[in-house]
Write a protein that binds this ligand. Structure first.
Ligand code: FPP
Length: 238
């Protein structure tokens, strides 16, 4: 049986595009926000499974800069879910050694929620069991433009600028690039997610909607990743 096999290697940094909450809800005759609620509840079982597999960094794409264009009620609902999740889950996340990070811009988010995000990051900053990095109000192109802006503002010598230094100006500064990016709900798109950092990432797509993406689905993705040969532009066997 496939699930009895164990992956021979696991990604150090796993990133997930959590798609399909809306379709999951529609398929059950529920409002879209019920899908986001179910999707949020799913995060716990996935970070716990990641810890069990020895994955050290989990990045989740929760809200893109483009998502502001959704109906107001849905945007407000997602903000409320994020706030309630911090209130409810933070003590347990902290107790379990989860270090929370945020990538994206806090500008544009209500002050109360911004403060909670900052406090959660501060409280958990020394935890080291797993890093849970949440991409919220995140866009990959905006991230690169923001990095360039700061490089220009700080007067970096063009001769000194290389890929490693450039990476230090991204939201992900200090984190290694993702090894594997999973996208749920069947689309085969990058959707402006970690476009600089994913240069050599493996991609895995599944038709399963995010709220249904469970430990077994993760296991399947990790088995597939184990079978991939990552070459980083070199020849096979190098
Ligand atoms: C994708 O499904 C999901 C989103 C755009 C929002 C995800 C938000 C959360 C899970 C809640 C807040 C986050 C945290 C970290 C607590 P979709 O709406 O695009 O689904 P569809 O493509 O089927 O419509």
């Amino acid at each position: 049986m496939e699930t009895a096999k164990q992956p021979t290697k696991v990604p150090h940094h796993l990133a997930i595009i959590m798609d399909g909450n809306g379709r999951w809800a529609r398929s059950r005759g529920l409002p879209r926000l019920a899908g986001h609620q179910a999707g949020t509840e799913n995060i716990r079982r996935i970070w716990e499974a990641c810890v069990e597999h020895g994955i050290k960094i989990l990045t989740l794409y929760a809200f893109s800069t483009e998502n502001w264009g959704r109906p107001n009620a849905e945007v407000r609902g997602i903000m409320r879910i994020l706030e309630q999740t911090i209130d409810r889950e933070l003590p347990e996340l902290h107790q379990n050694g989860v270090q929370l990070r945020h990538i994206g811009r806090l500008e544009g988010i209500a002050e109360g929620l911004r403060r909670k995000v900052r406090e959660a990051i501060e409280l958990t900053r020394h935890n080291d069991r797993i890093i849970l990095s949440v991409a919220f109000n995140y866009g990959g192109r905006a991230e690169i433009v923001y990095a360039v802006r700061r490089i220009v503002e700080t007067g970096v010598d063009p001769e000194q600028l290389d890929e490693a230094l450039f990476s230090q100006y991204l939201y992900t500064a200090g984190l290694p690039d993702p090894d594997l990016i999973i996208r749920t709900a069947g689309e085969l798109r990058v959707s402006n997610f970690l476009i600089w950092q994913s240069a050599y990432a493996e991609y895995y797509a599944t038709p399963t909607y995010w709220p249904d993406f469970d430990e077994e689905e993760l296991h399947k993705a990790l088995l597939e990743y184990s079978r991939r040969e990552r070459r980083f532009g070199l020849l096979s066997g190098d």
